[in-house]
Design a protein around this ligand. Sequence first.
Ligand SMILES: Cc1cc2nc3c(=O)[nH]c(=O)nc-3n(C[C@H](O)[C@H](O)[C@H](O)COP(=O)(O)OP(=O)(O)OC[C@H]3O[C@@H](n4cnc5c(N)ncnc54)[C@H](O)[C@@H]3O)c2cc1C
Length: 418
Amino acid sequence: MAHTPKDEHDLTVVADMWSPACTAIRTFLARNEIACRWLQPTESTGRQLLEQHGFTADDTPVLFKADGSSLKPADEEQLAQWVGLHAKPSSDNYDLLIVGGGPAGMAAALYGASEGLHTVLLERWAIGGQAGLSSSIQNYLGFPDGISGSDLTDRARKQACKFGAELVISLQADHLRPTDHGFAVHCTDDITVHARSVIIATGATFRTLDIPSVDKFNGRGVFYFSALTEAPLCAGSDVYIVGGANSAGQAAVYFASCARKVIMLVRADSLAVEMSTYLIKQIEGIPAIEVRTDVEVVDASGGTHLEHLTLRDRTTGAVEEVPANWLFAFIGAEPATDWLDPSFARDSHGYLLTGPDITTVEGSHSPWPLKRPPLHLETTVPGVFAAGDVRAFNGHRVAAAVGEGSMAVMLVHKFLHD
Ligand SMILES: Cc1cc2nc3c(=O)[nH]c(=O)nc-3n(C[C@H](O)[C@H](O)[C@H](O)COP(=O)(O)OP(=O)(O)OC[C@H]3O[C@@H](n4cnc5c(N)ncnc54)[C@H](O)[C@@H]3O)c2cc1C
């Protein structure tokens, strides 16, 4: 395995701060806990570094390691390999294969490996899942003062690796099929991994605002579900947050510590519709946060970066344009199940049906195929289990995902030994 940069002296990135490619790299490195130094191609140190290695500003983003090597990354997989993250499984056959590295998948990896199963986990992006994006998780057992998503992720990663779980980053599962001896999961880059059992923990993917004039500024003032990586850039500015659930509330509290002012734009008529009471009280106590209800974003404009937003009052229909350089949207998520074929029964929103829900939820076209009843978290494909936010009727909480991930391993043992 290549040497992974440990501090900002090991890795330098020369990139235009406002380019979407730069945002993607910044987020990838931050989510994978890789520190680095950032230089603009327009400043002399950045320009010199590029020239020394035969690059120009047009080649950026370019990454440089202290050992003299450099990379103009073609994609995330190449970047992951180059910075020393594990990007290929070491074997092609396992007892347990977990897809998804959020809290559910990490709990499954930890329990699977610690209980003697040869375990591999495939994650398409970065370990931590949605929880890794949280600035402060206050309601997870054992952390009375809260814990950041990145800290929790780091602890989980160390703990799972200590027991021998193999974590493979930058590998996306795109098909799962039963075989004579278990299952085959086909991934990007034509890699196929076989296992006797599978836990699907692919969670949910955030929704976007879907307004073309706003989408144009993705990574250039408009961001989704990211607060931790961008916060240092908006110190002293006004920050707009779209959304009224806990994730939006946490982001507002987080940004209030560095922004001049935080304006929450909420479509509902009150925060109480979706947000936990403890968080509403916290927000009420922070003067730098203004909550605007019954309001939505309808337009955006600017040059190389977001400059203005147009807001509409949903009650009166009145429209106003406000100066804005930063918009962070936290507007819900959809289950990451589109890579699975129809033999996996889902509810009407696409979440996987498991256990007793398979027979009680209407509209499922993929019935349970065996005489024995499904085990509690088992999907309609016997031997494939689902845990966490990807599952119908899930708890949308870290604790629920961790609980289900651990419980799924107990059920895997039962499936393998019966
Ligand atoms: C900003 C934010 C703050 C939150 N704060 C809290 C909080 O304070 N308390 C709380 O209890 N909950 C909180 N939540 C909710 C909590 O994070 C989720 O309920 C939890 O992360 C769900 O875990 P999961 O493992 O089921 O799924 P996820 O966390 O969604 O993880 C799924 C993982 O699977 C990967 N994946 C998806 N498809 C594939 C594929 N085909 N191949 C490989 N990998 C794939 C994804 O990249 C992702 O890493 C918050 C959520 C957000 C977004």
